[in-house]
Design a protein around this ligand. Structure first.
Ligand code: ADP
Ligand code: ZN
Ligand code: MG
Length: 475
């Protein structure tokens, strides 16, 4: 019998609110200078009283509504989670235990257990034998989302985490940057044969989606190998070491009883059905188009390829630009499809090669104009690519750029007819072959016309004019 791996994720995200969770200090955990955003509340001075940041509550409820979870309407509360650590000045963290803001929901096919609100810890660092604590991060609003143990492979866990990041950014709930610790993922992994789940191991220090996937894959193999050797898996917290691509033991896990959770007496209970802008209806009304809704719209409205849809939706920068371009093109399917090609291949390639902020110089309206010029034949696809490279670099009007660099396709029938006539005169034997019924040589003649125009002529127009001239109807 094969082993079945099982994974459950716990994700923390710093919420992008103006102020901290329980005081009016600025929410700027990344501030250069340490301990500038501090006050008696977030440094735990005796007698200081916390007050709930409503904006943070609202963001968690919006996440819950987007996931289709159940929002706490009649009762929710904060609890004290007691533990000793230098970066927890109160000796406890204000969190939620029995009554989270959100219960249930699904994301990327994965069942969600709960989403709750708590406060971030201060940041400690150890320099030259000294331990330093920066309280700028102390009390920053922190959302915690917990999934059910229903994931069975590393790739699904990675997909879930990426989709969650995209959702948080779409909602404006969090910047959710993993490298900056704005989004932190812990993976619980077990393996078992049969229906009963095995003992889980928790993995921390996962600073990228890739490490999430690799650490899970490593841990599954490690546990299977251990069980095969007759060892037992012990519940523990392991870290992920990027250098060796291995997990390593950090500590044995405390049970939840050790935290001595009890309701926070300094904060009021939450009855959200009585708070005007926090009822489920009010919250639902604040949701923007969600990533999966956007995918469905790109599919149904523009019939884009799945890989193109993924490229556009995976980044808000891409989809925002695409939407503006599509609007400037009046939503015309053929034009939007052409624009998509240039975004997904040429522009993506240009930014990959030259770097810089995507679309920073490029106005959607100017890009839309380039697409219209290409569709109309004013620009060849070669000319469009070259014009677009200039536009990506320094913006500007495609018509002016193409004109300045001689990239416009010549559409003037009289000028092109002269070239056609000259090519016919210079290639009597080919013309004779054509007249004898060998139609394939037309391509050669079009090629000669393009050459004579130094690539500036419109090949479709050359073809039309060649046929007309050869059949004698172009007099
Ligand atoms: P704890 O009480 O240790 O915090 P929870 O039951 O609250 O454990 O679960 C924490 C996380 O671990 C959740 O994401 C859950 O899905 C996951 N999990 C629980 N049991 C297992 C298991 N046997 N294998 C893998 N993941 C698990
Ligand atoms: Zn403060
Ligand atoms: Mg738990």
């Amino acid at each position: 019998m094969e082993y079945t791996p099982t994974i459950g994720l716990e994700v923390h995200a710093e919420l992008a609110t103006r102020t901290k969770m329980f005081c009016d200090c600025a929410n700027e955990p990344e501030a250069k200078e340490p301990n500038v955003h501090v006050c008696p509340v977030c440094t735990a001075q005796p007698g200081a009283l916390p007050a709930i940041n409503r904006a943070a509550v609202k963001q968690v409820l919006r996440v819950g509504a987007a996931l289709g979870g159940t929002l706490a309407t009649t009762y929710s509360e904060f609890d004290r989670k007691s533990y000793f650590y230098p970066d927890i000045p109160k000796g406890y963290q204000i969190s939620q235990y029995a009554y989270p803001l959100v219960s249930g929901g699904t994301l990327a096919g994965v069942a969600i257990t709960r989403v709750h609100l708590e406060e971030d810890t201060a940041r400690s660092s150890h320099v030259n034998g000294q331990s330093l604590v920066d309280f700028n991060r102390s009390g920053v609003p922190l959302m915690e989302l917990v999934t059910e143990p229903v994931i069975h492979d590393a790739a699904t866990a990675g997909r879930f985490a990426r989709e969650l990041q995209l959702l948080l950014r779409t909602l404006g709930a969090s910047n959710a940057n993993l490298e900056k610790g704005e989004m932190r993922i812990e993976a619980n992994v077990s393996v078992s044969k049969g229906d009963t789940l095995g003992t889980k191991v928790e993995i921390k220090n996962l600073n990228s989606f890739r490490s999430v996937e690799r650490a899970i894959a490593f841990e599954i193999e490690r546990q299977i190998a251990a069980l095969e050797k007759g060892e037992t898996i012990v519940q523990e917290t392991r870290g992920w070491e990027e250098n060796t691509q291995k997990t390593f033991h950090q500590r044995f896990k405390e049970g939840s009883a050790d935290y001595r959770y009890f309701p926070e007496p300094d904060l009021p209970k939450l009855v959200l059905s009585e708070v005007e802008d926090l009822t489920p209806e009010a919250v639902a009304g604040t949701l923007p188009e969600l990533p999966w809704q956007r995918r469905a719209r790109y599919q149904s409205t523009y019939a884009l390829k799945e890989s193109d849809i993924d490229y556009l939706v995976e980044s808000l920068t891409h989809s925002t630009f695409f939407d503006a371009v599509a609007e400037a093109l009046g939503g015309e399917k053929v034009l939007v499809a052409l624009a998509t090609n240039y975004i997904v291949s040429d522009l993506a390639g240009w930014y990959a090669k030259h770097g810089g902020e995507e679309y920073a110089a490029l106005e959607p309206a100017q890009f839309a104009k380039l697409i219209r010029m290409t569709a109309a034949g004013t620009l060849s696809s070669r000319g469009a690519k070259d014009t677009l490279a200039f536009m990506a670099e320094r913006g500007g009007d495609p018509e002016a750029i193409a004109h300045e660099h001689g990239l416009l396709q010549v559409q003037d029938r009289t000028a092109l007819t002269q070239i056609v006539e000259q090519v016919i005169v210079e290639n009597p034997s080919v013309v004779a072959e054509f007249r004898a019924g060998k139609e394939a040589v037309l391509q050669f003649l079009i090629g000669q016309c393009m050459k004579a125009s130094r690539g500036a002529g419109n090949p479709a127009l050359f073809k039309e004019l060649l046929l007309a001239t050869l059949s004698g109807t172009n007099q």
